[in-house]
Design a protein around this ligand. Structure first.
Ligand code: FES
Ligand SMILES: [Fe+2]
Length: 376
């Protein structure tokens, strides 16, 4: 799992008066809304003696620890009150927790889990159709027992649709079936492809008639390690653009915030039908992905046999290697090994500015190039 990207912490509507406990990247966070309605995301562990802040109370712009009532400001995570010291007592400088940048958009709360300064942060995946006339966006949340990388690779894989998704009108038994050559489009934080496929009309009666001449354009791409998009152009006019923001809960579980924008049958009354269909498709993927072995994508691609249709997957793996070489991959094995005797926190941007943190920053995987140089 990677720090220094934006992750969906929660649906906006789920963060109201009470603090919410969220687990992301194998770490615990408290997400809460202050008196002005601004959402904050802090490392959940109280630096006094380790209680869970998410089980405390919101007090104005602060979160109050349930154990001894220390209060931490949402904006910067600095402790503003230590009741046991009495009123007006000086608060030690180390009494602070990590506070992560937050953005609320698309009905989601995004937290930037990392220490990059603002100008260097990869952006949130764009959803240009959101709020636009003629488009209807629905949001669904799915939980998978899978590593985020396996899940994203599934989205980037055009060859599985024929076999995994009969509800898309494919049967896996056409003699002339093949995946056309894929042309990659490169972006700063990912890559993607759009291709024209031959496909029959959709079998579901409520979806019938969307397709024109038996051809459709479809494609997918990634944005960062765990966000991915899919575009389905059933006809020149009927489009569905899907955005999957996957938040790794830990290495083995993920929460997938799935937003679908459609420009056909945009009446809200169609939402239920469309969402049911999306869920059916998602479940078809889930049963395959949750059975994949090894659980993690192998470290070397020579341990699999990749072909032309895996072009996007292959390119995505290069991005993953690049982000690892920047020192952004969390060393989850080390965190787990020490879990019962030592706490870590994902470093927040304030760690680049100020020293004196009680909780050590999460260890990251040593970039291979650096490790190689050190060995020489
Ligand atoms: S553990 Fe939080 S105030 Fe003591
Ligand atoms: Fe799929």
């Amino acid at each position: 799992m990677f720090m220094n990207f934006w992750y969906v912490a929660e649906l906006s509507e789920n963060v109201q008066e009470t603090p919410v406990h969220v687990r992301m990247l194998g770490f615990d966070f408290v997400v809460f809304r202050d008196s002005a309605g601004q959402v904050h995301c802090l490392s959940n562990l109280c630096v006094h003696r380790g209680a869970s802040l998410a089980h405390g109370k919101v007090k104005g712009d602060n979160i109050e620890c349930p154990y001894h009532g220390w209060q931490f400001k949402g904006e910067d995570g600095v402790c503003t009150k230590i009741p046991s010291l009495g009123p007006d007592a000086k608060v030690p400088a180390r009494a602070k927790v990590d506070s992560y940048p937050v953005q609320e958009k698309y009905g989601l709360i995004f937290a930037f889990l990392g220490d990059l300064p603002e100008a260097e942060r990869p952006p949130v995946m764009d959803l240009p159709e959101y709020g636009q006339d003629g488009w209807r966006v629905t949001t669904q949340v799915y939980e998978w027992t899978a590593n985020f990388q396996r899940a994203v690779e599934n989205t980037l894989d055009p060859a599985h649709t024929e076999f995994v998704h009969p509800s898309m009108g494919y049967g896996g038994d056409r003699e002339d079936y093949h995946v056309p050559d894929l042309t990659l489009t490169e972006e700063d934080w990912g890559c993607g492809t759009m291709t024209t496929f031959v496909s029959p009309d959709l079998p579901n009666s409520k979806m019938k008639g969307l397709k024109g001449d038996g051809e459709m354009e479809a494609g997918a791409g990634n944005h960062g390690p765990s966000s991915a998009w899919t575009k389905l152009h059933f006809s020149p006019h009927a489009w569905a653009h899907q955005y999957g923001f996957s938040t790794p809960v830990d290495e083995k579980n993920l929460k997938r915030y799935f937003l679908q924008a459609r420009n056909f049958r945009a009446d809200p009354e169609m939402d239920e039908t469309i969402n049911e269909r999306n869920t059916a498709v998602m479940m078809q993927d889930k049963v395959v992905i949750e059975r994949i072995e090894p659980f993690y994508t192998p470290l070397s691609s020579t341990e699999e046999v990749l072909v032309k249709a895996d072009t996007v997957v292959t390119r995505y793996r290069e991005f993953i290697q690049d982000w690892e070489s920047r020192g952004w991959r969390i060393d989850s094995a080390k965190v787990d090994e020490l879990r019962e005797e030592k706490a870590f926190a994902i470093p927040s941007p304030a760690r680049r500015i100020a020293k004196g943190w009680a909780i050590e920053a999460a260890p990251t995987v040593q970039p291979k190039i650096v490790a190689k140089a050190a060995a020489e």
